[in-house]
Design a protein around this ligand. Structure first.
Ligand code: NAD
Length: 255
């Protein structure tokens, strides 16, 4: 049997009810980790944890709310007596240009996509630094560096995730905490989020075809493609890697 890369590691994955978060939790468990998944979707989260088996537990959480983070970390500390891996995945794509987006949609995007990572990093560092270190992974996007007019808030939130990751990584490195902090920039990945984006436009099929064509590799990504990078960044093999952004996009970003 192949060596399990995350044997005995204790992890939290937000947005774990579906999509990329679910895919990461599934791979982590296969690699020997125990995982708490969180999500705002309670029925979805419970069903996901049941599917993922005895090494997974679900905690309901709105990632934009500090009180929900306190609860999540309290549960993790109680179950795990510490934490090795924090993966901030939960996010939303709310569409709008600078001319048609209202301030509530802007604030909601920032709360769920960016403030969440700030709060997740802050709480994880508290647990990890008392416990000999760990790995934090924040989910950004190719939208961090490729602008789209209809994604004004999403672009800004994901660029914020990448730069905040670097600031946090530098702080942890200079403090000698042994905590590595990196981000992942996926291309278009086949998930519920993609289905929602497709359903918000008039000709969804044409948009899907254009997404496929945008990836020089000839296909869009799967959650497993992103999960493989997360396993690597969470493993001991990545111990010299911190403060970096890893593109997983079939060369979309080069187009
Ligand atoms: P998804 O919509 O399939 O899953 C996101 C999960 O987050 C859902 O289970 C949802 O219930 C949960 N969630 C939403 N708001 C929440 C909140 N306030 N608190 C807690 N949970 C909440 O999305 P996905 O495609 O798996 O995307 C996951 C992450 O990857 C997001 O941060 C997204 O921006 C990023 N990403 C996705 C793609 C893509 O093409 N799918 C590409 C690049 C980056």
């Amino acid at each position: 049997m192949a060596v399990q890369k995350l044997q005995g590691k204790r992890a939290i994955v937000t947005g774990g009810a579906t999509g990329i978060g679910y895919g990461i939790a599934q791979r982590f468990i296969a690699e020997g980790a125990v995982v708490i998944i969180s999500d705002i979707d309670q029925p979805g989260g419970i069903a996901a944890a049941q599917k993922l088996g005895p090494n997974c537990e679900f905690v309901q959480q709105d990632v934009s709310l500090p009180a929900d983070w306190e609860h999540l970390f309290a549960v993790a500390d109680e179950r795990f007596s510490g934490l090795d891996i924090m993966v901030n995945v939960a996010g939303v794509t709310l569409m709008g240009t600078i001319e048609d987006m209202d301030v509530e949609t802007w604030d909601k995007t920032m709360g769920i996509n960016l403030r969440s990572c700030f709060l997740g990093c802050q709480g994880a560092i508290k647990l990890m630094k008392a416990d000999g270190g760990g790995a934090i992974i924040n989910m950004a996007s190719v939208s961090s560096f490729k602008a789209q007019p209809e994604l004004v808030a999403y672009n800004a939130s994901k660029a914020g995730v990448d730069m905040m990751t670097k600031s946090v990584a530098l702080h942890c490195a200079r403090s000698g905490y042994g905590i590595n902090v990196n981000s992942i920039n996926p291309g278009v990945i086949q998930t519920d989020m993609l289905k929602k984006v497709i359903s918000q436009v008039e000709d969804g099929e044409a948009l899907m075809d254009s997404y496929k064509a945008m990836h020089p590799i000839g296909r869009i990504g799967e959650p497993e493609d992103v999960a493989a990078m997360a396993v690597y960044l969470a493993s001991e093999e990545a111990s010299f890697i911190t403060g970096s952004a890893f593109t997983v996009d079939g060369a979309l970003g080069l187009n």
